[in-house]
Design a protein around this ligand. Structure first.
Ligand SMILES: Nc1ncnc2c1ncn2[C@@H]1O[C@H](COP(=O)(O)OP(=O)(O)OP(=O)(O)O)[C@@H](O)[C@H]1O
Ligand SMILES: [Zn+2]
Length: 803
């Protein structure tokens, strides 16, 4: 008797453990750990992952149900991934099934079809597969299953005589081309030729040609052209068995253009010094974590590239994570131009099918390097030699829904598994990482100078309060306007950055002060000029702009605040000839729009690039000599203890876009709080003093990195119910946790009502609290067994990026 341990796909079940299922005899040789199956669960048949196979079970025979079907005969998960999921579910207080699901590409959750592809000479195969593949190079998996051929198929897979390819059945993503496979049997072709009557002249001509191309797979159009035959003639010859149609799936190439080959730079002394310890760690199979702290433009990427080169030379694979929004062609091309076909790219701009192709290249060891956003940390390489996280301070490395994992933690876990180093790189490391480097948990590597010895740009602060007093009511200070004019004259490029985090243009009644709010959320609606509508950025609710105030009836209702559209309008008024490219959520909605804007800007098709957070990172254009920050403070006033850190990071990153080549750069930062230390240190472009100062603040308030924090959030449609259960949570936590943890709350969340649900939260601060994870797991269980039915939602976020 063989028993499969299966993690089933039910997220509403209180118990998170594998269930035992009987493996039917016919599946015994096929099933493996890491395969997906369908199993009966209650009245339904649901998906599950086989995580173990054993010989006995405690489940009584009359209760033991068999596996109903097997979805993969080749595992989709490696042993490493299954171990990782076990660790991750506790780290993130989530279900094992959710952890397993994030590791596989979403295409495997979509509709798809499997094809079995011949990888060897058909004659090498054993019967009965040989017979099948004598006729074709690609067979439908379902057909083989119907013919009971799965066991020989599995054997052939193990020998790598065949492989399985999955075709995602999603409109517009499949790219299969029909080709003609000419019989390999020359004698047979000759026989067909002789049997034809002389009147079939065209067919005979085609057969003569085919004899010279026996065994080849050729596109039909090529055949028509070369032999001057028609589809009918070809069809007739195929009818005689001399050839057949085969479908060939081609990898959809997400790279539109070819990039040439670029040589490696000779490293600067500083870069060399940073690379050496990383290379040593690779050579010594040492799972060290390095923090590469390099100023903007110091050539961190070049260090990554050469470290990867070493990794590949060792015969190993490398994973490179970059923030989603800096996954620009500029970035990926730097990797492709060095490693060519060995690179796969994974990001959300690809279609499901394209993503799946890239994943498959990794799965089938066709590539050595993956460059991708957060989830690429799960790239199923089995011989990882290096993991790199660029811009490690970015919040996008933390997933905001279950499982709430941080890519950095997963990377470090994998580095221990593979005994290889991790590089965390940034010009503005997170306080947590820098503190760890100070304590030698991470090894600190520093690049103090820009790669070409260019100086960092000069930064100037403009006090906008004074501008207003001077009577300047535009959003451009005199200084900035003058600087823009100067660059326009010299044909140099300008980046204008609008810090809009937590800020938007809202509609307000000037008589009674009412701000138009979302019906479902406690959020002011954002005014969108292009369709003259008000929109909620959280739930998508939309409404027209009212002509009169709904509260007092006044018609003095106007929109306020500065959106990128409004800046663009003012810009074109002030500088009529200037060519402006705007990059924000509205102009980058369509696939590829983001790339096109940057490409155009790089090609000099515009003078000014105006944008939000999106343009703060990664841009490396030599002609940018001026960076203007229109409003530095908007992110400063967020109700979050990391507000200063975020502001400093943003300002430093965006300033770093200026003066990256020969021409010196200038940065002008406009602000209403010029005295704030985040702005002052950003002006000085010095990380260390900022770090020291910010650490003092964190120390005083018991915040990370001195303390860890966890956020427990409860929501319900009814305010009182939500409050009641939040209190239950807090009481429960207080009863179980020690004095090492302080529990703050429950309090209402920053945004109390979101999508018509009221939200309460408890904040837990702790240093060492062994009881924390067990308590959270227990609380989750209570929630799943009882509270869930009452419409409560409970989330637990360890180390949240925002509170
Ligand atoms: N050793 C080198 N020799 C010559 N040029 C170099 C060298 N290293 C880097 N560069 C060039 O210097 C520029 C800046 O390098 P890079 O973009 O890698 O810096 P970075 O540290 O990643 O910057 P940022 O954090 O601002 O994105 C690039 O144009 C790069 O090609
Ligand atoms: Zn809303």
């Amino acid at each position: 008797m063989k028993i499969a341990e299966v993690i089933v796909d039910v997220s509403a079940y209180p118990v998170d453990r594998p269930f035992d299922y009987l493996i039917p005899d016919e599946m015994e040789e096929l099933i493996e750990c890491g395969c997906r199956v369908k199993v009966p669960f209650g009245a339904r048949n649901i998906l599950g992952f086989v995580v173990g196979i054993k010989n006995d079970t405690d489940v009584p025979p009359d209760k033991l149900k068999p596996v109903s079907s097997l979805l993969d005969i080749e595992p989709v998960l490696t042993k490493e991934m299954m171990e990782l999921a076990k660790w991750m579910k506790n780290e993130t207080i989530s279900y094992e099934i959710d952890c397993l699901q994030v590791m596989i590409p979403s295409a495997l959750r979509a509709k798809y079809e499997k094809m079995v592809v011949l990888e060897t000479d058909a004659e090498n195969l054993e019967e009965p597969l040989r017979t099948v593949f004598r006729r074709t190079t690609k067979a439908n998996y379902k057909e083989l299953e119907k013919q009971n051929l799965l066991i020989p198929l599995k054997k052939a897979l193990k020998e790598k005589w065949v492989s399985i390819e999955t075709v995602v059945k999603q409109k517009g993503t499949i790219k299969e081309i029909r080709k003609v496979k000419i019989s390999e049997d020359k004698d047979f072709l000759q026989k067909v030729y002789e049997n034809l009557s002389n009147r079939a002249k065209k067919q005979k001509q085609l057969l003569l040609w085919m004899q010279q191309h026996a065994g080849e797979i050729i596109e039909p159009e090529v055949i028509y052209r070369k032999t001057d035959s028609s589809p009918q003639v070809l069809q007739a010859v195929i009818g005689h068995g001399a050839a057949e149609f085969v479908m060939e799936e081609v990898y959809r190439n997400p790279f539109k253009k070819d990039v040439g080959k670029t040589d490696f730079f000779t490293l600067t002394e500083e870069q060399e010094k940073a690379l050496q310890p990383i290379v040593d760690a690779m050579d010594n199979h040492s799972p060290e974590t390095f923090l590469l702290h390099g100023v903007t433009g110091s050539g961190k990427t070049e260090v990554y590239l050469q470290a990867i080169q070493h990794c590949i030379q060792q015969g190993k694979e490398a994973i490179v994570l970059v923030p989603e929004i800096s996954l620009t062609p500029q970035m990926t091309n730097r990797f492709r131009s060095r490693f060519g076909e060995l690179v796969a790219v994974m990001h959300s701009g690809l279609s499901i099918g394209e993503k799946f192709d890239e994943w498959r290249k990794v799965h089938h060891r066709k590539v050595k390097v993956v460059v991708g956003a957060r989830s690429a940390v799960f790239a199923p390489f089995e011989n990882v030699g290096l993991i790199i996280i660029d811009e490690e301070h970015e919040t996008s490395y933390k997933q905001e829904d279950s499982p709430r994992y941080h890519a950095r933690d997963v990377a470090i876990w994998r580095s221990k598994y593979h005994r290889c180093p991790v590089i965390l790189g940034s010009a503005t490391p997170s306080l947590e990482s820098y503190a760890r480097a100070r304590k030698n948990v991470y090894k600190l590597l520093t690049l103090k100078e820009r790669a070409l010895k260019q100086s960092l740009p000069s930064v100037e602060i403009v006090d906008m309060r004074k501008e207003l007093k001077k009577g300047n009511r535009t959003m451009f200070s005199e200084k900035l306007a003058e600087a823009i004019r100067g660059r326009l004259e010299k044909n140099e490029q300008i980046v204008l950055f609008l810090n809009r985090r937590g800020y938007s243009s809202f509609v307000l009644c000037r008589d009674c002060g009412t701000v138009m709010q979302c019906e479902n959320c406690d959020i002011s609606l954002t005014y969108h000029r292009y369709n003259e509508k008000l929109k909620c950025h959280y739930c998508g609710y939309e409404q027209p702009v009212p002509a009169i105030c709904p509260l007092c009836g006044s018609d003095h209702i106007r929109y306020f605040g500065t959106g990128t559209q409004k800046v663009e309008e003012e810009l074109t008024k002030l500088f009529p000839g200037a060519r402006v490219l705007r990059m924000d959520v509205d102009t980058t909605k369509r696939k590829g729009a983001h790339e096109r804007i940057l490409e155009d800007f790089g090609a000099g098709k515009a003078d000014i690039l105006l944008g939000t957070q999106m343009i703060a990172k990664g841009l490396d254009f030599p002609n940018i000599t001026l960076v203007g920050v229109l409003s530095a403070d908007t992110s400063l006033h967020l109700p979050d203890f990391r507000a200063a850190e975020r502001t400093f990071q943003l300002l430093t990153q965006v300033s770093g876009r200026a003066g990256r080549a020969e021409k010196p750069g200038e940065v002008i930062i406009q602000t209403y709080s010029p005295e704030h230390y985040a702005i002052q240190f950003a002006k000085a472009q010095q990380y260390e003093p900022f770090y020291e100062r910010e650490m003092l603040m964190r120390h005083e308030a018991d915040y990370p990195p001195y303390y860890y924090i966890a956020l427990v959030q409860v929501s319900h449609e009814d305010l009182l119910v939500s409050a009641e259960y939040a209190k239950k949570c807090a009481d429960y936590l207080r009863s179980r946790l020690s004095f090492n943890a302080s529990i703050i709350g429950p309090t209402t969340a920053g945004i109390v009502r979101l999508q018509n649900r009221y939200r309460y939260q408890c904040l837990i601060k702790y240093k060492i609290e062994p009881n924390l994870i067990p308590t959270f797991l227990q609380l989750m269980k209570i929630y799943r067994t009882d509270w869930m039915k009452k419409g409560i939602t409970l989330t637990i976020d360890l180390n949240p990026t925002m509170i």
